[in-house]
Design a protein. Structure first.
Ligand SMILES: [Zn+2]
Length: 406
């Protein structure tokens, strides 16, 4: 039985440039995303403003649709793998972010506000490595775990709807990691941020760098991202609210991320290098598209011999990863004939279904009578492989999408 993909009924709305307000744009990239419980296929169009060069999604999903997506879609901002222990990817990323923040002269006992703190990796790292007074904000229910398990003050809300009236006071530093690209009106958001930041405060922003989008089976230009930044456009948007880039984390740039520290424009900044203008953006997006097609082709030709073997032997195969990546993989190749279940390390998914398959935890692998596991993740492929490779000695094939272990 093959997989059927539904066409989207997501309401899409045309808008003007979030940076300059002009309604004058060109399509620069078309792709498909998946959304909703039924995983509808949504056409996504990325445009560039002909006036200011800002890159954004147009049309955008309607506000109520995207709100539903974050509230009810188990796949939104979900990770198939979350491990905080030393040496894990999350611990390494939190360390890099934390060390970058502490490099700036924030007062020792200053107030630090993490907007969009998610599972709290950065706050937890800062709690162990600084004396900062910490506050987190996130609309997901995970913030209660940070409060209960680590005693960190949290606000359960979106930032746009958070009541930060006078008794909230001002803060010495704000972190905005993987947030700005998601919001409807980034200029309004930055204005509100500036209003709670002390005049000599620091704003740390991290967004994906569209000039260095990482090609994989999963789409880098995804449904949740409404604005797409370069260093230049981030600087432009900060200027709009009277702020300036003060410093760029050069290390993050090598990983396809823009991580910067911004300050009020009245203060002197050391930053002067700007890159990522129109022609560069177009060139980089074309390059991304070509590499993505090549990766898809290589994956299909590498996985084919396994398919033939699994079909012939009526094998029982599990996919590791009940997330976005798997939809993109299944769209390339229909695996309905031999996949029997999905494995994921997120306990909240156990007992539920991913498409038509039941979801189990890695602890169940021994009891599932499997012949093979196909790891479906880009960022966590190596970590997942390391955690289950011992099953190979029991005769299980473990197949990865990118690196060659087999
Ligand atoms: Zn514009």
């Amino acid at each position: 039985m093959s997989i059927t993909w539904k066409k989207s009924c997501t309401e899409m709305i045309h808008g003007v440039c979030p940076l300059c307000g002009a309604d004058d744009k060109n399509n620069i990239y078309n792709t498909e995303n998946f959304t909703g419980a039924a995983r509808e296929v949504v056409q996504t169009v990325i445009v560039m403003c002909n006036q200011c060069g800002f890159v954004y999604t147009d049309p955008k999903p309607s506000f109520s649709k995207i709100k539903d997506f974050y509230e009810f879609d188990p796949h939104s901002s979900g990770h198939v793998y979350h491990d905080r222990k030393k040496g894990s990817l999350f611990e390494k990323v939190a360390t890099k972010r934390g060390e970058y923040i502490l490099r700036h002269s924030i007062p020792k006992n200053g107030r630090f506000f993490d907007i969009g703190c998610g599972k709290g990796d950065l706050l937890i790292w800062l709690k162990m490595n600084s004396n900062l007074e910490l506050i987190g904000l996130d609309p997901s229910n995970e913030v209660f775990e940070i409060e209960n398990d680590f005693g960190i003050e949290v606000i359960h809300s979106t930032f746009e709807h958070a009541d930060l009236s006078s008794n909230f006071g001002k803060v010495d530093a704000i972190s905005l990691t993987s947030v700005l690209e998601h919001v409807y009106d980034p200029v309004q958001l930055l204005k509100k941020i500036k209003s709670i930041l002390k005049p000599d405060g620091f704003l740390f922003i991290e967004v994906p760098d569209i000039t260095k989008a990482r090609p994989a089976l999963v789409e880098a230009f995804d449904y949740e991202h409404l604005s797409h930044f370069t260093i230049a456009s981030l600087q432009d948007i900060l200027h709009k609210v009277g702020m300036n880039i003060h410093d760029i984390d050069k290390h993050a740039l090598t990983e396809g991320r823009i991580r910067i520290c911004a300050v009020s424009s009245q203060r002197l900044t050391t930053f002067d290098a700007i890159s990522g203008y129109k022609s560069e953006i177009l060139r980089d997006i074309r390059g991304y598209e070509q590499k993505k097609r090549a990766i898809e082709k290589a994956f299909v030709s590498r996985i084919k011999p396994y398919f033939e073997k699994w079909k012939e032997l009526h094998s029982r195969v599990a996919i590791y990863g009940a997330g976005e990546h798997t939809y993109y993989m299944l769209r390339l190749i229909d695996m309905s004939d031999f996949v029997c279940c999905v494995i994921d390390s997120d306990k909240k998914k156990y007992g539920k279904k991913f498409m038509k398959w039941p979801i189990y935890g890695p602890a169940h692998i021994d009891t599932l009578n499997l012949d093979a596991i196909l790891i479906s993740s880009h960022a966590f492929e190596e970590e997942i492989y390391e955690s289950i490779k011992h099953f190979q000695t029991k005769g299980l094939d473990i197949i990865t999408c990118y690196s060659q272990h087999n």
